[in-house]
Design a protein around this ligand. Structure first.
Ligand SMILES: CC(C)(COP(=O)(O)OP(=O)(O)OC[C@H]1O[C@@H](n2cnc3c(N)ncnc32)[C@H](O)[C@@H]1OP(=O)(O)O)[C@@H](O)C(=O)NCCC(=O)NCCS
Length: 177
């Protein structure tokens, strides 16, 4: 298995990984739309491939902090969604994808990565609850503990504000479990 960035011609194949993993078109359509959006961050959006078949995919889009004080905010990457095809789950593929993306984000000078997901999975990478950072999701999150941040440059987060996200992620139901 190799972990490598998704190539431009693989949009449909990558979306199919999400359809198989989640068992629904919702996440596949979301992934497809995000890969077509200006906010897509292809460099961080890794695929796990084995013998020409995609086994997993992690997708990142750039988001923008709209500071409460009205001053310009920073634009961190947001991880969403992450998927591994059912027959390859629990074999470390998802972990490898997230580790590769975090390592590159750190190397590239990103100051933080945000995610809305299960702390039981994301905690192993160092993600912690984002409430204390003062950075809010674009819509009320449910459950609140799903909103997490990994600070890559500790101390640089803040002041407070809300993240503006790409249109496919900008609806309240995207932020409820
Ligand atoms: C969640 C998912 C991406 C994890 O990828 P994976 O390759 O199966 O995970 P790994 O093998 O790297 O890691 C397995 C670990 O994650 C845990 N884990 C797997 N899925 C989990 C989930 N949905 N919630 C919490 N923990 C989970 C396992 O218990 C295991 O923990 P352990 O190492 O302590 O035993 C994958 O199972 C998947 O695609 N699930 C369906 C889609 C989904 O729910 N995505 C959520 C992320 S947006």
């Amino acid at each position: 298995m190799v972990i490598r960035p998704v190539e431009p011609g693989e949009t449909s194949a990558a979306a199919e990984v999400h359809r198989l993993a989640f068992g629904s078109d919702v996440e596949a359509d979301l992934a497809f739309a995000l890969m077509r959006d200006d906010a897509f961050v292809p460099a961080l959006s890794f695929a796990a491939e084995d013998g020409g078949k995609l086994l997993g995919h992690v997708l990142f889009t750039r988001v923008w902090l709209e500071r409460d004080d009205g001053k310009p905010g920073f634009p961190p990457p947001l991880l969403a969604p992450l998927a591994v095809v059912p027959e390859s789950q629990r074999e470390g593929v998802g972990t490898s994808l997230v580790e590769a993306a975090i390592a590159l984000a750190r190397e590239s000078g990103e100051i933080a990565v945000f995610v809305f997901g299960d702390p039981a999975f994301y905690g192993r990478f160092g993600f912690v609850g984002a409430a204390e950072s003062g950075v809010r999701a674009p819509h009320p999150v449910q459950p609140e503990w799903g909103w997490q941040v990994l600070e890559l440059e500790p101390g640089l987060l803040g002041p407070s504000g809300a993240l503006k996200v790409a249109p496919p992620l900008d609806s309240p139901e995207m932020w409820r479990e």
